[in-house]
Design a binder for this molecule. Structure first.
Ligand SMILES: [Zn+2]
Length: 393
């Protein structure tokens, strides 16, 4: 059955991708590594300026701890009330300033390459521009619309998490235009949670030839933990573990008194996360006279495909069908700020950005042919009362 939506929702064919692509490229050409608040301000200043004279409330949250600021745009024309629809994206990238000089934006057929274009300037720009156009046209949405842009997502959203959670709590639904990965139109309806740990072993050094028996090898200790932790991949179906770094020792003829590892853990649900985190923090030294220090914990909670997420996805499928757009869902091992919103029980749909590939990689690109379809979908989600009723009311 094809549900009937508002007839004034512009279809994808009615949207000119060329000016949207120019806008995306403008954002990409303002470099915004997470550790350059000054450069992030340049981008956020230009976004704010593009809303000059429009009835959109602008609020800047200043950066701190070396991280860039955040921008909150709120469009709530007179008479529009209720819990807002929240678009949530980040403007920081993993690329250092100067990357553009080496790898300027370039187009090859349907692909446009550029640092940060896929993750996630295309998506964040499209959400922002969607709302700018809605406000500029004086359109009246069913509920207030908020666009939130943070600048420390790539380094864990440590300084933005409070604001993310404050805005997500207030919202009726949360849309995250992170990159789309997979078949055409794919959105993300689940993400694993992410925890990180470090294990440091302190032993006793000694001469490897003269008095080996006096030594307590920290490497021998850590080696056992590496094998134990890696073997959890065979016994924990709802989690995965990667010992990603190992360090220790000084010379071959010295019993090492120091060794350390860093561990990345991904987990599908909160009860499993809580159990495994407790077990990790509770690890004890195996060897005699060895001190073991464990630190770390959850960075982002799991984004579970809850009934609220499922309902939002079903509504999105109906809307996409009406707009004749492809739609599919996927779960991802990588985290986003959508994890924080989903953990609050909110209906969250992620992966609403353009298709492409190469996040955090040299071949990072988007597909131009997916700009107009995503712009059409975002506009319709923000403006359709029918969609929002199906999704959350
Ligand atoms: Zn991202």
């Amino acid at each position: 059955m094809t549900l009937s939506f508002e007839s004034d929702l512009p279809p994808s064919e009615a949207i000119d991708a060329a000016p949207l692509l120019r806008g995306i490229v403008d954002w990409v050409e303002m470099e915004t590594p997470s550790d350059r608040p000054d450069l992030i301000d340049v981008l956020l200043d230009s976004v704010e300026a593009s809303f000059e004279g429009l009835p959109v409330q602008r609020r800047r949250v200043p950066g701190r701890d070396g991280c860039g600021g955040q921008l909150i745009l709120r469009y709530a024309p007179a008479g529009v009330s209720g819990a807002p629809l929240l678009f949530m994206g980040h403007v920081d990238t993993v690329w250092d300033a100067g990357t553009l000089a080496e790898r300027p934006v370039r187009r090859e057929g349907d692909q446009v390459f550029g640092p940060g274009i896929f993750d996630m300037k295309a998506g964040s720009y499209l959400a922002t521009e969607t709302v700018r156009r809605i406000a500029a046209a004086g359109l009246i949405p069913p509920r207030p619309i908020i666009v939130y842009l943070n600048a420390d997502e790539e380094i864990g959203s440590l300084t933005s998490r409070d604001t993310i959670e404050e805005l997500a709590r207030e919202a009726a639904l949360v849309l995250v235009p992170e990159p789309s990965v997979g078949a055409a139109g794919t959105v993300v309806t689940a993400r694993k949670g992410w925890a990180r740990f470090s294990l440091v072993a302190q032993g006793v050094s000694a001469h490897a030839g003269g008095n080996l028996a006096d030594g307590r090898s920290a490497i021998r200790e850590i080696a056992q933990h590496i094998l134990q932790i890696e073997s959890l991949n065979d016994t924990e179906p709802a989690a995965s573990f990667n010992v990603g770094t190992v360090a220790g020792g000084t010379r071959a003829n010295v019993v090492p008194d120091h060794a350390a590892i860093e561990i990345d853990m991904r987990v599908e649900d909160m009860p499993t996360a809580e159990r495994l985190i407790a077990e990790m923090l509770d690890r004890r030294a195996v060897g005699k006279d060895i001190a073991l220090h464990v630190s770390g914990g959850l960075n982002r909670p799991p984004f579970v495909r809850s009934p609220a997420v499922h309902r939002l996805y079903e509504a999105t499928c109906a809307l996409a069908k009406y707009l004749k757009l492809p739609m599919a869902e996927a779960s991802r091992g990588g985290v986003s700020d959508g994890n924080f919103a989903a953990a609050l029980g909110k209906p969250v749909l992620d992966g609403l950005g353009c298709s492409g590939g190469g996040a955090h990689a040299l071949h990072e690109h988007i597909l131009v042919s997916t700009i107009a379809p995503r712009a059409a979908l975002m506009h319709a989600m923000a403006m359709s009362k029918t969609f929002q009723t199906l999704a959350v009311d």
